[in-house]
Design a protein around this ligand. Structure first.
Ligand code: GSH
Length: 202
């Protein structure tokens, strides 16, 4: 049995969980609840960066980060399922994954500013710097949203995970600012009912 250190709120962990579903490996992975804020959590022994997700193979080898785990899942399931085998398709989907992940990274840094610093120590210029990445990234996705399909590749899965997490943490879609992305997410959920099983929660 493989083990996945993750948490119910993690968009990167969700990406791995849903990718595992698409390649038919859900039953082979045990999810282990992880507290990234707890220095005694065994996570830091498996991933010195102290970040989730982290996959533990049967021989004890650990894999991180989510992109490496995705490569592993794609490979051991025969290849070409979540990462297209053709070069152009591979580059396109990995770039889309990088964009979605990068938007989450920037949004998480804003959250951590609030979590780690008292309000008087917040640095507006730093928050604005990160917010710019989120705004520009979402604008690019809104202008050209992925196509929802029942066999999504990792770029499309990453965007779906980003959007639902962005709504969960920031009510980011409720603003009505991203109608194309909201429509994409609705279509993605309709075509992938199993996606709901990993909906982010606190
Ligand atoms: N690039 C990493 C990002 C992972 C990440 O930022 N995970 C967050 C939770 S969603 C985390 O573990 N944060 C704890 C920390 O930064 O100490 C990946 O793709 O796995």
């Amino acid at each position: 049995m493989l083990k996945l250190r993750s948490s119910p709120a993690s968009p990167f962990g969700r990406k791995v969980k849903f990718a595992a579903h698409i390649v038919g490996m859900t039953d082979k992975i045990e999810i282990i609840g992880t507290d990234t804020m707890n220095p005694d959590d065994p996570l830091r022994k498996d991933n010195p960066l102290g970040k989730i997700p982290c996959l533990i193979l049967e021989d004890g080898t650990t894999l991180y980060d989510s992109r490496v785990i995705i490569e592993y899942l794609d490979h051991v399931s025969g290849g070409g399922k979540i990462i297209p085998a053709d070069w152009d398709g591979r580059l396109r989907t990995l770039k889309l994954q990088a964009l979605a992940d990068g938007i989450i990274d920037a949004a998480i840094l804003q959250l951590y500013e609030g979590r780690f610093r008292t309000p008087e120590k917040h640095e507006p210029a730093w928050i604005a710097h990160q917010a710019g990445k989120v705004e520009r990234g979402l604008a690019v996705l809104e202008a050209a949203p992925p196509v929802a399909s029942a066999m999504p590749d990792i770029g499309t899965i990453s965007v779906a995970c980003l959007l639902e997490w962005y709504e969960f943490r920031f009510s980011g879609l409720s603003s009505g600012k991203y109608p194309q992305l909201s429509a994409f997410l609705k279509a993605f959920n309709a075509k992938n009912p199993a996606f709901a099983a990993s909906k982010p929660s606190a």
